[in-house]
Design a protein. Structure first.
Length: 231
């Protein structure tokens, strides 16, 4: 029997989609390192208690570059098979002209800049045949924006996609799989109560899609069913 288990780092794993991803990878026999903000108890702590030591919890405020660097140092002796960044906020549905500057800055830092800082800092720990993924959204697709609304959130996800594309283009020799994942419209704080999918319906598809693309170098923008999402 092969006792070598794969290792996934899930950034933002305390609840909803991130917690669901941690649970799904544990079910599939992986070791999981999940991050939470602050020191309060979360659903990830409950999951860790039943994981037989296969789930490790790290504290990370993703918007703090020093904390990202410190996490890299703590993980420096590990080789990761998957780095997945799941973190985003929204601040309501305002026309862009009504968005306060501090709100614009907060959402862009959280949804676009900080995930890429994580990728840039922790990416070298991922095995050459491993996967780097980020939770994006079809709302980041410029081609699919035919109805408007959610201006700031859409813009932040479009910026994230563009930055990830720049990251991929900058290092054409990178052999890792790079994925921007759209989980579908999920019932979370971001998705709202009227969303079509539960976390339990979305997450297995996200994981299946990523596993099907293991070892396929280059960047793809895909949804939880494996369909290509237009840029």
């Amino acid at each position: 029997m092969n006792d070598i288990r794969k290792t996934a780092v899930i950034i933002g794993a305390s609840r909803t989609l991130g917690l669901g991803l941690a649970d799904e990878y544990l079910r599939r026999g992986w070791d999981v390192i999940g991050t939470v903000r602050g020191s309060r108890r979360t659903g990830l702590h409950d999951l860790a208690e039943t994981s037989e030591g296969r789930l490790t919890i790290e504290s990370l405020e993703m918007t703090d570059p020093e904390q990202i660097s410190a996490l890299r140092d703590r993980l420096s002796q590990r080789t990761l098979d998957l780095l997945f960044v799941n973190a985003a906020i929204t601040r309501g549905d305002l026309p862009i002209g009504e968005v306060p500057t501090d709100m614009f800055t907060e959402v862009m830092i959280t949804n676009a800049l900080s995930p890429m800082r994580v990728v840039e800092t922790l990416g070298p720990l991922v095995a050459p045949t491993g996967t780097i993924g980020i939770m994006s959204s079809d709302q980041g697709s410029i081609a699919l924006n035919t109805e408007g609304g959610q201006d700031l959130y859409r813009a932040s996800k479009s910026a994230l996609n563009q930055l990830m594309r720049s990251y991929a283009a900058r290092d054409a020799e990178n052999t890792r799989t790079l994925l921007l994942m759209d989980p579908g419209w999920v019932r979370t704080e971001l998705g709202g109560a009227e969303a079509e999918l539960s976390v339990e319906e979305s997450v297995p598809g996200v994981v299946e899609t990523m596993e099907r693309h293991e070892g396929k170098r280059g960047l793809r923008f895909l949804d939880y069913e494996g369909n290509v999402v237009p840029w």
